[in-house]
Design a protein around this ligand. Sequence first.
Ligand code: DGL
Length: 273
Amino acid sequence: MTTDSKNRPIGVFDSGIGGLTVYKALREALPQEDFIYLGDTARLPYGTKSHETVAAYALQAAQLLLEHDIKLLVVACNTASAQALPELRRAFPDLPCLGVIEPGADAAVAASHSGRIAVLATEGTARSGAYVEAIQRRSSAVEVQVLACNLLVALVEEGWCDGAEAEVILRRYLHRLEEGFDTLVLGCTHFPILAPMLRKIVSPSISIIDSAVTAAQAVREYLQSFGQLAPSSQVGSCHFLVTDGPERFERVARLFLNEDIAGKITQVYLRQR
Ligand code: DGL
């Protein structure tokens, strides 16, 4: 990175809408930065797709964001972070790429006293073993269980996050976890929206780790350490790129951001570039 790159935007990539939880946390941590958010809404969900497919999609997304002159790529999607970061770093060695798994693992290990951590994720993230590997790299004695909770993504996009349906479904998933964990990682972009309901259900002694917030802190620290934060006097902006359904994106984005982003969304097409 050169000093001039300070004012370039941060690229944020997700399979669709859920990455807005990460964007929201980023904007709170870095209000002076410009962001370009790319949601691959035409091809979501990534959570049920193969490693090869997710990696190929992520490479196309990064290439498109590079055309917007980004200074850093945040892979907001847990599934893409779990499955595509090595490929991204190999393909774009000059582009810093930060995912959400490593910061989540840091926070989980720091929070756990019992050494038993549970992670809620998509099927693809669970299958990849990325959270287990990242957590045990930090502390090999920690026991990690990862539960795929595919239904929760649809539940959040439907806006059913605080009622009886959400409670029943969450309880049913949580029953599948072995008891004894003291730290619960929300290992999917959508799950921070369910945090208030989860807080009501699980024991108050359990720490809930929001991987969106921990990722935003990691991005801030990274930019700071390289002297690449935009000047704090600036007020940042965001533009949203989606590969399908800008109207749906705008509607569901309200659930995630509590704000109207009409007029800031452009439809784009991803392909092998
Ligand atoms: N963004 C995905 C993740 O965080 C969830 C949605 C999907 O499956 O595409 O894993």
